[in-house]
Design a protein around this ligand. Sequence first.
Ligand code: GLN
Length: 280
Amino acid sequence: MQSETITQALTAVCREIDRVDACMLLQHVLNVNHAFLLTYPDHVLIPQQTTEFFCLAKQRIGGTPIAYLTGERAFYDLNFKVTEAVLIPRPETELLVEWALKLIPVDQPRKILDLGTGSGAIAITIAKHRPQSQVTAVDLSADALAVCRWNTKNLRVNNLHLIAGNWFDELSGERFDLIVSNPPYVAESDPHLKQGDLRFEPQIALSAGDNGLACIGHIINAAPRHLVKSGWLLLEHGYDQAAACRRLLAHRDFSNICCYPDLAGIMRVSGGQMNASVSI
Ligand code: GLN
């Protein structure tokens, strides 16, 4: 493969892939930031880099998500390793983290639970911003937990405890001040599962039965047994599931039930507080 400059390499692929994607791949191959690409357009790639760049670009043309090609994705203020074993962290999930951080005092110990943690984006970000808290992160997938463990170490988080298990199954008798989750919620029949990045992501992390509500329903139903009095449950959900979430939360006697929209204006996160007067 002949040597190419930054400009030549980008131009060669830009007809077939998005320019932003091409830049991200080239930054990854050269281990530089975007400013480097802009500042040194005539920088010459070594042949190995050229080969790697075109190989990644080819995979991108085939649809592989950028995050799986570069092996990382920024979330909130941290950078997470991602593999095909975990969902790619999304900006709308930052809303869940923001709400959680508002509920957790900075200077007091709190017990937080993240169900279906995947890469650990939610749990690790909360743990990092609330060092007095003890965060427990649960996932069913051993491969996902390995990614989460790697991120925990890499981001130097030491107030996070990982558990392999199915939702609350390994937590009998344990109660938390706050439970958060971004569970699978896409309906199994949703055509989006066969489009874009979703085709490459783990189905176990994306889709659920009962029109997408099976896991959300299970979590809402079981959460009161794992929350302290006045504890909160916050859940991310699908674009059309806010009303159903509200109904499920109300049915389990949660109070202060609220929904918040994501940046696109779509109701995306719902939650409620355990009613201190309800016996559980
Ligand atoms: N938000 C994802 C989507 O784009 C789904 C994530 C999930 O199921 N938790 O469909």
